[in-house]
Design a protein around this ligand. Sequence first.
Ligand code: ADP
Ligand code: MG
Length: 244
Amino acid sequence: MPTALALELKDVRKSFGGIRAVDGLSLRVEAGERVAVIGPNGAGKSTLFGLISGELRVDAGDVLLAGASMRGVAPARRARWGLGRTFQSARLFAGLTVAENVELARVAGERGREGVGDALAEVGLGDAAPREAGALAQGERKRLELAMVLAGAPRVLLLDEPTAGMGAEERAAVMELVMGAVGRRGLTAVFSEHDVETVFAYARRVVVMDRGQPIADGTPEAVREDERVRRVYLGGGEMSAGGA
Ligand code: ADP
Ligand code: MG
């Protein structure tokens, strides 16, 4: 019996005015896959994530979760179905405690079957429950955001630059946390990432976007050798993150 793909994008398009942010992208992600989406700033990664989660509406094409079309399905319903996402900048209630933030996320997800404490312990914030979220350091915020999304019991996890702005050590710590949770829970994960070394360390599949289009899709090794990819990452030399 064929199993449905966890996530499928069919020729998805989204423009903002004259800018084709996502310009015909198709992608098939099997359950349990860990896919990194990379590309220069402005390539369309965050827009793509918004189209998958439903914060943005597709102009054309379709997003399918476990084989079901998400056309016209609101973000909250996608979340209840099991789509969890984090944003490039953590979205927290700064005036509430760490525990209250997770509780709110759990209620909003309506799939919450686990305790707030469990989710916090899983990200190493077990002792931080009574602290004010606004007082957390950046790495702690990311951990909290991760606890919030895990508390919703996701099946597919979308992480938009989960290590943005972090140094190497913190980046590795956060990725270990994320991938630990993904592995334990058997989740499907799609993450965008700036740091190429991080991508190579944590993804066996890399999709490269440029100007809204996928220009490569394969193993880190294959992608690194791809001529178009090398051209996008200026100079054709060492593949570095970011671009313009
Ligand atoms: P990435 O996450 O890869 O850096 P984005 O998806 O944020 O790229 O942006 C892709 C393109 O779409 C960029 O040119 C950006 O300026 C534009 N864009 C993104 N969001 C909006 C928006 N809400 N309104 C107008 N233009 C946008
Ligand atoms: Mg982005």
